[in-house]
Design a protein around this ligand. Structure first.
Ligand code: ADP
Ligand code: MG
Length: 212
């Protein structure tokens, strides 16, 4: 079912109010087609061009089921580049601003790993990072993924093009089987379908109509 207003969604009231404050009134085509199944816990592959509002889809999936009484990492968002990871972390923080002290930790390469390790010791609810650096933290024991409930592959086609396939496999070994997995991509080549089959439970493909 497609929605025409965010008010049709079973959202935590603080999140719903925050959307109004951010002036998110009308869902984009991608949001309209995917938010209902996403909030029901369905695994989805969402195909949508740049600027179609995909970030909000997984931000709401993550935040609507976040438990703030623990410090466990409950969501892992993997992005192809540091710039994208920074943007995603920013958007998640912005949407989360009214639901309490949500800790978002970015883990990207190109900077020294020790400060990230120290920061992780204080706990983080949501991890946003690039595959290589996330794998490093998993392998050295500074990032525990056993409580992850939502796994997101953002710009999945780009991550595969950059050669991250094996790194994703390595990270996935540390994730619990019981989780929601969401994949976002601008294109839908065969290798995305293969990735979906590998990591998702009966994934559905949502391809929103391009807006005029
Ligand atoms: P994508 O990841 O699909 O490329 P983004 O999630 O980065 O797109 O969204 C693009 C822009 O649209 C962002 O600035 C975001 O804040 C804005 N946006 C997203 N959803 C809505 C909405 N429903 N109404 C208005 N602006 C929105
Ligand atoms: Mg995006």
């Amino acid at each position: 079912m497609s929605i025409t207003s965010f008010s049709q969604l079973p959202l935590n009231p603080a999140l719903a109010k925050r959307l109004i404050d951010l002036n998110y009134v009308i869902p984009t085509a991608v949001q309209s087609a995917s938010l209902q199944p996403v909030l029901e816990g369905q695994d989805l592959v969402v195909k949508g061009k740049t600027g179609s509002g995909k970030t909000l889809v997984f931000a709401l999936a993550i935040l609507n089921k976040l438990q703030l009484q623990t410090n466990d990492a409950q969501a892992l968002v993997l992005c192809p580049t540091r710039e994208l990871a920074d943007q995603v972390a920013q958007e998640i923080k912005s949407v989360a601003a009214m639901i309490g002290n949500v800790k978002v930790q970015t883990l990207c390469g190109g900077v020294s790993i020790e400060p990230q390790m120290r920061s992780l010791q204080h706990g983080a609810h949501i991890i946003v990072g690039t595959p290589g650096r996330v794998e490093e933290h998993v392998l050295n024991g500074s990032l525990i993924l056993t409580e992850v409930q939502t796994l997101v592959f953002d710009e999945a086609d780009q991550m595969l093009d950059m050669g991250f396939t094996e790194t994703l496999e390595s990270i996935a070994m540390y994730l619990p089987q019981m989780r929601q997995t969401l994949m976002f991509s601008a294109t839908y080549p065969d290798k995305i379908m293969k990735l979906a089959t590998q990591y998702m439970r009966s994934p559905e493909l949502v391809e929103a109509q391009e807006e005029q």
